[in-house]
Design a protein around this ligand. Structure first.
Ligand code: NAD
Ligand code: TYD
Length: 357
């Protein structure tokens, strides 16, 4: 079996994972993505002609489409990233989060189980359902402490509650039906191709457009940042070598307050793309009302994946952020298409011959 499914492969982390799998493995990847506002095939432009990347515009909530994909491609496993992923959107409209993150994961688990039950013994044992989740399921930390794999779940936002629900479903499908699952819970990612609604790409694109940089509350909430390529290397490792039934936390040992992040970005931009008139980008910072229920601090203990699978991040926050800013500066077209909405028509123009429905 030489094919795997990646759901959400047109999103930020999914597209980085697909690029890695094509470059550094022999898998053929069937990329299952419904292309919500966050899905962008322009992020996979380099793979347009690659025969090992098969794109299917499908919704993980649609059982028939999933059954058809399993019957056609007969994968050795699934890496599941498709989700609604932005906390602020989940506060303003939780319905899509319940639908995709909970109902979609349930539907995908059931389609996977039906297919898996029909496999021979060796293929059944070797099969993996890898669920990609977040550290936000553990809730919020005080000034000290780290999330470990045994930290009790305590999600606070509609987003994190929907992800926690999906983690529990995956766990139940393992315990009840024996489906060989692995779960990873990762801290905040950043890097190229991230949709400019999350903190880092929003600040870069706003700064470059001369727009205000909105800081929620006092800007002293802490996140533990991980460069996206480090995350997807960990995902590949867990998918290929992780033990069924296990959870692995993934994080970068990079705790920063939001103000530290924005100030570092402004300093990098001052250096690489100085504003006219010699004004500092930091002048664009404004304080806005805090996010309701804003989690105070996230921090990951990534000791288990280091000890058991030999993973550690290659990028520090400084090197990763410098690469990220350089990427956004070098790719104004990608940003312009996202801002104008043109990216949504990219598939019709460029990917139509590579699509299976
Ligand atoms: P993203 O929002 O950039 O991408 C999500 C992708 O899923 C998009 O391509 C979208 O079109 C697709 N999608 C949404 N609903 C779908 C549906 N019903 N059927 C098929 N496809 C659908 O998200 P991301 O930041 O790349 O996150 C990917 C995964 O990693 C998510 O599960 C998220 O919870 C998890 N995660 C993200 C972070 C982070 O910092 N971004 C950290 C830890 C875990
Ligand atoms: P975000 O990138 O939305 O990720 P998450 O909420 O999943 O951690 O936000 C990261 C942090 O930045 C979070 O503490 C909220 C804060 N934030 C701002 O201060 N301003 C903004 O415009 C955004 C989008 C986030």
């Amino acid at each position: 079996m030489s094919t795997i499914f990646v759901t959400g492969g047109a999103g930020f982390i999914g597209s980085a994972l697909v690029r890695l799998l094509i470059a550094e493995s022999d898998w053929t990847v069937v990329n299952i993505d419904k292309l919500s506002y966050a899905g962008n095939l322009e992020s996979l432009a380099a793979l347009e002609q690659n025969p090992r990347h098969i794109f299917s515009r499908s919704d993980i909530c649609e059982r028939e489409a999933l059954d058809q994909l399993f019957a056609t491609h007969r994968p050795a496993g699934v890496i599941h990233l498709a989700a609604e992923s932005h906390v602020d959107r989940s506060i303003h409209g939780p319905a899509e989060f319940i639908q995709t993150n909970i109902v979609g994961t349930y539907t995908l688990l059931e389609a996977t189980r039906a297919y898996w039950l029909g496999l021979g013994t060796a293929e059944k044992t070797g099969f993996r359902f890898h669920h990609v989740s977040t550290d936000e399921v553990y809730g919020s930390l005080g000034e000290t402490g780290l999330f470990t794999e045994t930290t009790p779940y305590s999600p606070n936002s509609p987003y994190s509650a929907s992800k926690a629900s999906s983690d529990h479903l995956v766990r139940a499908w393992m315990h009840t039906y024996g489906l060989p699952t692995v779960v990873t819970n990762c801290s905040n990612n950043y890097g190229p191709y991230q949709f400019p609604e999350k903190l880092i790409p929003l600040m870069i694109t706003n700064a470059l457009a001369g727009k205000p940089l909105p800081i929620y509350g006092k800007g002293d909430n802490v996140r533990d940042w991980l460069y996206v390529d480090d995350h997807v290397r960990a995902l590949k490792l867990v998918f290929e070598r992780g033990l069924p039934g296990e959870t692995y936390n993934i994080g970068g040992h990079n705790e920063k307050t939001n103000l530290e992040v924005v100030d570092t970005l402004c300093a990098l931009l001052d250096q690489l793309r100085p504003r006219s008139g010699g004004r500092a980008y930091a002048e664009l910072k404004i304080t806005v009302a805090d996010r309701p229920g804003h989690d105070r601090r996230y921090a990951i203990d990534a000791g288990k994946i280091g000890r058991e699978l030999g993973w550690s991040p290659l990028e520090s926050f400084e090197t990763g952020l410098a690469k990220t800013v350089a990427w956004y500066l070098a790719n104004p077209e990608w940003i312009a298409h996202v801002v104008s909405g043109e990216y949504r028509h990219w598939m019709e123009k460029n990917y139509s011959n590579r699509t299976t429905e």
